[in-house]
Write a protein that binds this ligand. Sequence first.
Ligand SMILES: Cc1cc2nc3c(=O)[nH]c(=O)nc-3n(C[C@H](O)[C@H](O)[C@H](O)COP(=O)(O)OP(=O)(O)OC[C@H]3O[C@@H](n4cnc5c(N)ncnc54)[C@H](O)[C@@H]3O)c2cc1C
Length: 432
Amino acid sequence: MSETMKQDQVWDIAVIGGGAAGLAAAALAARSGKSVVVLEKAPSLGGRSASRRGNGAVWNLGAHALYRGGAAERVLARLNVSAPGGSPGPLVHWVPGKGETVSTPGLLLGRTLNGVEKRRFLRFYLGLRKLDPHSATGVNWNDWMASNGLSGRAADVASALARLSTYVGDNDRLDAGVVLRQLRRSVVYPHGGWQTIVDGLAARAAEAGAVCRTSANVTGAERAGETGGGWAILLSDGERIRAGNVIAAVEPALVARWFGTWLPTSYEAALRRQTPVYASTLDLHLRRLPQRNRLFALGLDRPLYFSVHSHWSRLCDDPEHAVVHVMRYDGERKDDPEASRGELERFLDRLQPGWRELTERARYLPHVTVMHGLPDAGMRGVEGRPAVDTGIGGVYVAGDWAGPEGILFEASLASAEEAARLAVQNRTAERS
Ligand SMILES: Cc1cc2nc3c(=O)[nH]c(=O)nc-3n(C[C@H](O)[C@H](O)[C@H](O)COP(=O)(O)OP(=O)(O)OC[C@H]3O[C@@H](n4cnc5c(N)ncnc54)[C@H](O)[C@@H]3O)c2cc1C
């Protein structure tokens, strides 16, 4: 137990989960003068935003790009966390199931697309800024493409871009409004990996006085009853943490499990409707890149991604070395892990032949959860996600499945900001 904690302490706010959402919520709430404790199950902070350092290179958990100009930048700026880095260039290689890989100029000038497909794709792509995401909300990506003249290879290219910016490959569910918003955005790969963001958030939380406890595995919650100590959070070692307010920055299934007894039925149903989106990732540290001119590629027929992140951001001590992320967008499915790995390796064989002999380290992770809430057209994209306020007094949620703003990391930070605001407001009201 930390020196700053007393056995019978009642915290203003207990944050469950020390990922980016939990850390951002903790930092913001503690800045408002509230006593805050973060309870994180893992031995270290950061959750899915954490990177791994070793052998002179940094890896994120799979490919990670920070979207600019939205909630993530807003919250990071509020907390004075900077994440400088580089942005990937426009030169994409397109990899068809059969036949030659083509660059973007080759795609637009060669025979991969016929004349009509080229014109329609260019009209869509060059007109992106004029398209109205709001009117596309509630329409699935397949239907939107069909009603905007995108078919055949033009639809394959547009779908690869939609997948790239949302991580969702199920065009029958993916909300077109979300796609149109995401496709306008630029991204940055932070220097030092996403750990730079995690370290910044953890530092701001600590500076503001929040106490972060790692290896603190929450197993449930109980109403504590007495005035000012609304909740008891139960840990697996039997400890009970008392807090007036709770921010659950964990997956929706855990919120339903721990707070189901008190949740409004409609809210619990919204939690259960959230669909996780998976990816299988092969992260590589190479001593050298066999093909220096191939830095970014997307599959045309298969949901595959390849990027040399270290080309744009500082991730390797040795400038000759490269950090490469290869990924398959698995959607809602969990296929055979070995088959997925084989597909990723064959993809890499086509782009970077000889990579095996140059591998310093490799990590394959099948079916990691990219986000807990697929932006489903049937739920009007992000509009249908569970609210940050659960409807139980003093219990709020944050994560990439909560609240009506952004997707992925951006949704986590936007909901964290709102959860901190509501918890601080509620605690202040309880005390006055
Ligand atoms: C392969 C991959 C690629 C991605 N690419 C991008 C990208 O390009 N751009 C982007 O914006 N986002 C991307 N993301 C998504 C982004 O990483 C997440 O949205 C973000 O990290 C989620 O943060 P979070 O704090 O909401 O959740 P998490 O990071 O999952 O944090 C939840 C925390 O709660 C803890 N916890 C769970 N159970 C308990 C318990 N019982 N007790 C205590 N603690 C508990 C967990 O250990 C974890 O630390 C990607 C994710 C993956 C996996």
